[in-house]
Design a protein around this ligand. Structure first.
Ligand code: SF4
Length: 625
């Protein structure tokens, strides 16, 4: 068995972020992305797009199996004059690539990298956000051109074009994901997703694979054309000197070990995926030692990473170089703007440092004096955006609003009343229509034109604005809904009715438990853990855990399943990504039985309800009740 250590495409990407990460990856250290459901969902979307791409090349041959077998088989097949390979495995020295689609025609290769991210075919010049992808292709070009030095190579990205609208209803349902049981699927070199080393490549099933009408459906798919090419050959060739420079360093690290000058701890380590405090092999700790876990930490500071020093470098990097990693090492003078004045962000940072030191909560008098107009509506939405459109007329990554929850307080001191709406498509009568306009109408009926609707952050505003735009695109004539959406949403010329509680938090509220964060998932546990009076209020009581030992109390931990089912290892829906996955499964996972669908529906309702109850709890604590 070969003991060759490969430098794969994903190794190259990771090492380009930080060379030390390459070492940890090769040592098999776990990453936080291994259990990151968002990464996994993105990766799954990528695999479905990958499967779709294969339909563009009906003659294509899939290369699969153990890495060395794949290399050998690719070598043999590339001896043919014309051939199309999926996942071709090509080795040059220690550099190994798996090419999504490789089209060989004589002396010409077309190297195609399939990506799930969308692009705009009318704005091909805007390439800023695909720089990483181009580097990815450039590494593959480097290897392919070394193995076939006389050949001519064209490089393209194949991606969903967000201007193209599908003619197929339920297109997303044409593909399903199945766990791949084959052991070789976990070979790291095969992974598309750069960091999730434990994530296994799933099998993607095409609904009409065994149908007699398969040809008809694949033809529909070919004509569908939501995928488009972006030629990146010029950029890829320009990048070659840089690819060669980096590859030389990375191979030296793989063969001879890393030296201390190959990497440097800095402010970007904050989000290092090898930060694993609960694991014996904690890469972050190996890099930082005890300095990395100083409490409270400089990384906790609200927007700390963007503070500049006098020479326009980053202030946190200066502190790190001096071995100062405590929040209290921050000089308050450095929180001022270049004009010597302190801005709103600096004020927030000061409040954080001072109140963390004194371990006190801070509520601005402005919040105490805030008097909203009743009724109060606390609203939260669950939405879905994915590479493959669900409905006829939709484009890739178009937003679907499938659920809202609302807690209404009719007058001061009134008990909050809960209302909700959900579209899961699976109930009788089966409703596979585009849900957004019904979503909007039902919410309009709930909220009407009086009172104060609260949201957390800007998502709800964005969703309602999107529905307004979609009314024009889909030709929906509903003057009442249109006017209501305009009145609700904030635009350049109109403040709208929605009040952002996240903004209220940023300006008027801090608790040390929140550290530098203002998301509802941080604010709620801070308040819930420190105000036991709230636990006694009847309508909040169900979020008090039955038993609690120590630590931060989090109402989201009380979320549970409706029924316990054997062989059901899905996590409880406690976040937006999990909600998206649950919705996708409810719509398109044909393996789910009724009980499982009911369970997912229950969890979606329970989760969204808590999101709006969380807002009620926080508002109550602030004195808005
Ligand atoms: S902690 Fe920093 S230096 Fe260490 S691997 Fe992570 S990003 Fe690289």
């Amino acid at each position: 068995m070969s003991s060759l250590v490969y430098l794969s495409k994903s190794d190259f990407q990771l090492a380009s972020d930080c060379a030390k990460k390459l070492v940890y990856k090769k040592k098999g250290y776990a990453t936080t992305n291994d259990s990151n459901e968002y990464m996994e969902m993105l990766a799954q979307g990528g695999y479905i797009i990958g499967k779709m791409a294969t339909f563009l090349f009906p003659e294509g041959i899939e290369i699969e199996g153990k890495t060395q077998d794949c290399i050998d088989r690719t070598n043999v097949l590339l001896k043919q004059e014309k051939v199309v390979l999926f996942e071709a495995a090509i080795l040059s020295g220690q550099k190994l690539i798996r090419v999504d689609v490789l089209v060989k025609d004589g002396n010409h290769f077309h190297l195609i990298e399939v990506k799930a991210k969308s692009y705009n075919s009318e704005e091909l010049s805007k390439r800023g956000n695909i720089t990483k992808y181009i580097e990815d292709v450039a590494f593959q070009y480097n290897v392919l051109s070394e193995v076939f030095p006389e050949s001519q190579i064209t490089c393209s990205l194949l991606m969903p074009d967000k201007l193209k609208r599908t003619n197929i209803n339920n297109l997303a349902g044409w593909f399903s994901i199945k766990k791949n049981e084959k052991s070789y699927s976990i070979e790291k070199e095969c992974l598309k997703s750069k960091q999730s080393v434990k994530f296994q490549k799933p099998d993607i099933l095409f609904k009409y694979e065994d149908s007699q009408s398969k040809n008809h459906f694949t033809e529909l798919l070919l004509n569908e054309g939501i995928l488009g090419y972006m030629n990146v050959t010029k950029e890829v060739i320009e990048l070659q000197p840089e690819i060669i420079r980096k590859t030389t360093i990375f191979l030296r690290i793989l063969n001879k070990g890393i030296s201390s000058t190959d990497y440097q701890i800095n402010k970007d380590c904050k989000n290092c995926e090898f930060k694993n405090p609960n694991n014996l092999k904690d890469g972050y700790y190996e890099c930082w030692g005890d300095l990395g876990y100083t409490e409270p930490n400089i990384f906790d500071l609200y927007y700390g990473g963007s503070i500049k020093n006098k020479s326009n470098g980053f202030y946190l990097n200066d502190l790190i170089k001096e071995g100062k990693t405590s929040l209290y090492d921050i000089d308050l003078e450095c929180l001022k703007n270049s004009n010597g004045k302190i801005g709103s962000r600096g004020i927030r940072q000061q409040i954080q440092i001072e109140n963390t030191k004194s371990n006190t909560e801070w509520i601005s008098p402005k919040l105490k004096n805030y008097k909203p107009i009743y009724p109060l509506y606390f609203i939260d939405f669950e939405t879905y955006t994915g590479a493959i459109p669900f409905h006829k007329g939709m484009r890739p990554y178009e937003l679907i609003a499938f659920q809202w929850s609302c807690h209404t307080i009719l007058y001061p001191g009134a008990v909050p009343i809960h209302s909700e709406w959900i579209h899961t498509g699976e109930r009788f009568p089966k409703d596979e229509s585009f849900p957004n306009f019904e979503f909007g109408r039902s919410l309009m009926n709930q909220i009407g034109n009086e009172g104060t609707p609260f949201m957390w952050a800007t998502h709800e505003n964005t969703v309602l604005k999107t529905i307004l735009e979609q009314m024009q695109i889909y030709g929906i004539k509903d003057a009442e809904l249109e006017l209501w959406l305009i009145s609700m949403t904030k635009t350049k010329d109109n403040n709208g009715r929605l009040i952002d509680m996240n903004k209220l938090t940023q300006e008027y509220y801090f608790h040390p438990y929140m550290k530098g964060r203002t998301s509802i998932k941080k604010v709620l546990p801070a308040i819930w853990s420190n105000n036991p009076y709230l636990h006694l209020i009847d309508y909040f009581k169900s979020y008090v855990p039955d038993s609690f030992v120590s630590g931060v109390l989090d109402p989201y931990d009380t979320l549970t399943s409706e029924v316990v089912m054997e062989d059901w290892d899905d996590e409880i829906v406690k976040g937006g990504t999990a909600a998206m996955r649950a919705y996708y499964r409810l719509r398109f996972d044909i393996s789910l039985n009724k009980k499982e669908k009911d369970e997912l529906r229950f969890q979606l309702l329970q989760y969204c309800k808590l999101d709006t109850m969380a807002m009620v709890i926080i508002a109550h604590h602030w004195g808005i009740k």
